[in-house]
Write a protein that binds this ligand. Structure first.
Ligand SMILES: NC(=O)c1ccc[n+]([C@@H]2O[C@H](COP(=O)([O-])OP(=O)(O)OC[C@H]3O[C@@H](n4cnc5c(N)ncnc54)[C@H](OP(=O)(O)O)[C@@H]3O)[C@@H](O)[C@H]2O)c1
Length: 283
């Protein structure tokens, strides 16, 4: 048996302070995998807009969990550097139905990142996740819910929200099983689709707090985000996501979680009771 301690056995986790990255890192560490957690504010500094730090982050790395940057382009350069550094595997976080988004900003960004990974000589897997359950307590929808009303440009078209714990389980499983998921694109969703109104109703019931949902036009939503301090481009970008969702082509639940993990995905209700019990929407 080799005692070579210099062999590439580290997994680089990008976006390591974010919602999926920190969960993926914890799962890998628990399995005994050596993890290098990286982001702009992590001990291993990694900034998509500053390639000068990338080679250091990639040294001695076997596999990378790639949380893509908000602008298209640099993933191609990153993949080239990863190949040169001796990395063997890439697991990319992407969006559910990313190939149906046409020339929207979202479509261009996600496709650019996917093309970079899928066109590489490395073993790759793409995880296309639907909207996260945790957007309601760890991200954009949290503050409006605490204030009592979530207003979005989403109507009767349901969304198969996924529990981010399932995304992290899937990413950790793929990273732990070299070869098994090579060249696969997994569409990861929750077990059933819910409208935003239904999702808010469940959160309100479980937390015992009054909350309402209101559908608003996309332009009004973008204007609200700008008023809250968002850059115009970013606000339109987020509003655009709802326009894409309203077409209904990504509204169906898939069997991606069962394919990767051999079990059903967690339900939205399971997420809601956990988050409510933890006081996520307490006022
Ligand atoms: N939210 C959803 O419902 C959903 C669904 C499917 C796919 N996605 C995709 O998931 C990705 C976001 O993943 P997430 O939710 O796990 O992360 P997140 O919670 O949005 O956090 C972003 C992470 O990226 C890091 N980061 C931000 N800007 C960076 C930069 N310029 N260079 C390097 N790192 C940077 C942040 O850390 P620092 O601040 O320390 O750099 C943080 O760790 C996006 O690509 C999104 O499109 C989201």
């Amino acid at each position: 048996m080799s005692n070579d301690t210099t062999s590439n056995d580290t997994t680089l986790v990008l976006g390591a302070t974010g919602k999926t990255g920190r969960r993926v890192a914890a799962r890998l560490r628990l399995r005994g995998t050596q993890v290098r957690a990286a982001s702009r504010t992590s001990r291993t500094r990694f900034d998509w807009s500053d390639p000068s730090g990338w080679d250091t982050a990639l040294q001695g790395v076997d596999a990378v969990y790639v949380v893509p940057p908000p602008v298209p382009g640099p993933v191609h350069e990153f993949v080239a550097r990863a190949e040169a550094a001796g990395v063997r595997r890439l697991v990319l976080l992407s969006g559910h139905g990313a190939d149906t988004w046409g020339d929207s900003t979202f479509g261009l960004e996600m496709r650019s990142a996917e093309d970079a990974v899928r066109g590489s000589a490395l073993e790759w897997t793409v995880l296309r996740a639907s909207n996260f359950d945790q957007n309601f307590d760890e991200d954009l929808f949290h503050a409006p819910l605490v204030a009592g009303e979530l207003a979005l440009p989403a109507g009767a078209v349901p969304e198969p929200f996924i529990d981010i714990e399932d995304v992290a389980d899937a990413a950790a499983a793929v990273l732990a099983e070299p070869g098994r998921h090579a060249g696969r694109v997994y569409e990861l969703t929750g077990p059933r689709a819910l409208t935003f109104a239904e999702a808010v109703e469940l959160i309100s019931r479980a937390s015992g707090l009054p909350m309402t949902y209101r559908q608003i036009p996309s332009a009004e939503y973008a204007a609200t985000l700008v008023k809250e301090g968002w850059a115009e481009d970013d606000a339109h970008h987020v509003a655009e996501m709802f326009v894409l969702m309203e077409r209904g082509v990504i509204a169906e639940a898939t069997d991606g979680v069962a394919t990767v993990l051999g079990r059903a995905p967690r339900t939205f209700e399971d997420y809601v009771v956990r988050a409510a019990a933890a006081g996520a929407w307490r006022r």
